[in-house]
Design a protein around this ligand. Structure first.
Ligand code: HEM
Length: 198
């Protein structure tokens, strides 16, 4: 059992999960499309010990980026008065921190796939706000989902370089993170795509 079960709303691996409509076999082919292989798993896992004690600093940078862009912050604001919802931001941040560790863990089993679907639903109107009971906007617009892969991974790079690894290793960890984020965001887009078109 994970020792992270105490994070509110973090339902990874529980039976509250709906089964992903994407199969593990589909996911294997998605990996091929983005040139994701065993070496990427190895470099993601190498990054785990590096990011582990830097999670809060990484989140400060990512939240700083979202917070300084009103069109992004909008997804965390009150539907009625447009003000940022501190409790909502804080609750999501805890799960975001765990996501960093899960991404570095790179364990692609059915439970992981099911939680990816859940994260997609939580960005989409199907489930946004439900987990934290937030009175926020209805949906994270799809147009920003993929675009955030660049700032998220580019700003992670200096953290990957902080523990004395070679430039080559840092480059390989960075590439693995980019690919993993692209795979994940693609899975998250499922509820946004017309039936039969994913
Ligand atoms: C690379 C792109 C992105 C990544 C890696 C990412 C990551 C995450 C993660 C890990 C969570 C928590 C999932 C959980 O509940 O366990 C989350 C939730 C959330 N994200 Fe994103 N996200 C991305 C793009 C965006 C964008 C562009 C926005 C809009 C500004 C956004 C707004 C939100 C919101 C509002 C939630 C809370 C959803 C809820 O109500 O449960 N995300 N995101």
């Amino acid at each position: 059992m994970k020792d992270t079960i105490s994070i509110p709303g973090y339902t990874y691996g529980t039976n509250a999960m709906m089964r992903s409509p994407v199969t593990l076999a589909d996911f294997e082919l998605m990996k091929k499309s983005v040139l994701f292989g065993d070496e990427d798993v190895k470099y993601l896992r190498l990054s785990r010990d590096i990011v582990k004690d830097q999670v809060e600093a990484i989140l400060d940078v990512w939240y700083g980026f979202v917070g300084s862009n009103p069109h992004l912050l909008a997804s965390f604001t009150s539907k009625s008065d447009g003000k940022p919802l501190g409790d909502y931001l804080g609750a999501v941040r805890k799960r975001f921190g765990q996501w960093i560790l899960d991404t570095a863990q790179a364990e692609y089993d059915q439970k992981w796939l099911d939680y990816q679907h859940e994260i997609g639903l939580r960005h989409h109107r199907t489930k946004k706000n439900r987990t934290d009971g937030a009175a926020s906007t209805e949906i994270v617009p799809l147009r920003n989902l993929f675009l955030l892969v660049f700032p998220v991974t580019f700003t992670l790079k200096p953290f990957l370089a902080k523990k004395g690894h070679s430039a080559e290793d840092v480059e390989k960890m960075y590439a693995a993170w980019v690919k993993s984020c692209l795979l994940q965001v693609t899975l998250w887009s499922y509820p946004y795509v017309k039936d039969g078109d994913f």
